[in-house]
Design a protein around this ligand. Structure first.
Ligand code: NDP
Ligand code: 2IT
Length: 455
């Protein structure tokens, strides 16, 4: 890039971000997500004036619409509670809105706008016709009984159902929303509308779910890292890996790493991490699945049960020496200093199972150190990709085999990787996957927006 273009891009980015912050006060996560995209996109936009002339960035940072609603529900003792629910429909430029629902006490409209914005570009990279959206609530499922979660989900869907549909907007899971919640939400949709439609993904296999959807995000993240390593003639086999989180994405990331012969030494929770220096075995993994998916228990239990395992309270896993890192918990779980620690300890590749787990300083540290860094919108797109395949199976009234869906997932992750290389190669053998993913995703969405006229 010429100096002039670089300076012009920096000025344009600063000016644009000033406007984003002014128009969206009090939404720092949204500012961060937009900034990560615009930083890499601006030179491309300046080189292609039709995007600027048609105010593409301004249009893509303004949701098509957002709904806010009250969710009142009754606990097991008859107490009445009120939470807030949202659905942000960011862009349906290339297909019906698609994206998960998050139930976590930290959720705000700004959180969901950041997630919906990321989703637009991620979904474009999958090569499937899906727009981007996200929703959720500040409800905390932790410590609630199954019946309480059911009543909450029924109340949430009663407010949400007019705004979704198989060709309109198709929600799925995210933090705090797994198979149990999707099933309750889907059940209430059918009850209210009196119709069965593929209006949610992540459904149970006996009622329209897709094989491999549960595993897809974690598996896909590992397929992506394999592609990144392959570029350097390397592979994940025999490598030591750090995984954070111990939910849906983390569990199946660990599983695929074990299949490939990697040594996984950590998983984590909100207030600490489980360290197994000799590496996870199949027995550890089966125990973890039962602990988290069935009993909803704490990792401290595993530290007590298995000799050689310990729970390190109040810390994240990033200080443990390893070759590969898979942040699979939540946003901003790797901030600048932690990225530096990983680099100093010789990390080779970082693949984000979570959305925006690395802050902007951390991203620059990884890129400047020439670490293979796969941003969430590329590395974790396998989950939504298999959701797209679930929509296709529902439309066909068919169910494909595990092998077929897994093969398609693998193929999609390779195609996402290829798009990142196409747009992110620096010409000297290093691929900037952040630039590649953002420019690749944007180019597809922006051309669709341009074709459909000014709106
Ligand atoms: P789960 O609810 O299954 O698990 C979330 C995990 O992250 C738990 O281990 C949880 O720990 C931890 N966590 C959540 N919030 C925090 C926090 N504020 N601080 C520290 N740890 C936290 O969610 P998923 O596995 O589905 O999602 C994990 C990440 O992956 C999210 O960023 C999500 O957006 C992203 N993602 C998910 C996809 C999916 O298909 N599910 C697809 C693509 C991305 P604890 O239980 O102790 O709170
Ligand atoms: O962030 C994500 O891509 C998801 N939570 C999955 C969305 C989906 O529609 O499957």
């Amino acid at each position: 890039m010429s100096d002039t273009l670089e300076r012009q891009a920096q000025r344009a980015t600063a000016e644009f971000m000033e406007g984003v912050r002014a128009r969206n006060p009090g939404q720092p996560e949204f500012h961060q997500a937009v900034s990560e995209v615009v930083d890499w996109l601006m030179p491309f936009i300046l080189e292609n004036p039709r995007y600027q002339e048609n105010a593409l960035l301004e249009r893509l940072t303004e949701p098509d619409r957002s709904y806010t609603f009250r969710v009142a529900w009754e606990d097991d003792k008859g107490g009445v509670h009120v939470n807030r629910g949202w659905r942000v429909q960011m862009s349906n430029a290339i297909g019906p809105y698609k994206g998960g629902l998050r139930f976590h006490p930290s959720v705000t409209l700004g959180t969901l706008k950041f997630l919906a914005f990321e989703q637009v570009f991620k979904n474009a990279l999958t090569t499937l016709p899906m727009g981007g959206g996200k929703g959720g609530s500040n409800f905390d499922p932790k410590g609630k009984s199954d019946r309480e979660v059911m009543r909450f989900c029924q109340s949430f869907m009663t407010a949400l159902y007019p705004y979704i549909g198989e060709d309109v907007d198709v929600p799925a899971g995210d933090i705090g929303v797994g198979g149990r919640e999707v099933s309750y939400l889907f059940g209430q949709y059918k009850r209210i509308t009196e119709r069965w439609a593929g209006v949610m993904t992540g459904k149970g296999l006996s009622f329209g779910g897709s094989p491999i959807r549960t595993e897809a995000t974690g598996y896909g993240t590992v397929y992506f890292v394999e592609e990144m390593l392959k570029e350097r003639g390397d592979s994940a086999a025999g490598k030591t890996a750090l995984v954070s989180g111990s939910g849906n994405v983390a569990i199946y990331c660990v599983e695929k790493l074990l299949h490939l012969g990697s040594k996984v030494v950590t998983v984590s929770e909100y207030d600490g991490f489980l360290h197994i220096p000799d590496g996870f075995t199949e027995e550890h993994l089966e125990y973890l699945k039962d602990l988290k998916e069935v009993r909803r228990g704490r990792l401290t239990e595993m530290a007590e049960k298995f000799s050689g395992a310990s729970y390190v309270e109040g810390q994240k896993p990033w200080g443990v020496k390893a070759d590969l890192a898979f942040p699979c918990a939540t946003q901003n779980e790797i901030v600048g200093d932690e990225a530096k620690l990983l680099v100093d300890n010789g990390i080779i590749a970082v693949a984000e199972g979570a959305n925006m787990p690395t802050n902007l300083d951390g991203i620059h540290i990884f890129l400047n150190s020439k670490v293979l860094y796969g941003p969430g919108k590329a590395a974790n797109a396998g989950g939504v990709a298999v959701s797209g395949l679930e929509q296709t199976q529902n439309a066909q009234r068919l169910m494909w085999t595990r092998e077929e869906v897994d093969a398609r997932l693998h193929d999609i992750m390779k195609k996402i990787h290829a798009q990142c290389v196409q747009y992110g190669h620096d010409g000297n053998g290093y691929v900037n996957y952040v630039k590649g993913a953002n420019v690749g995703g944007f180019a597809k969405v922006a051309d669709a927006v341009l074709s459909c006229g000014i709106m």
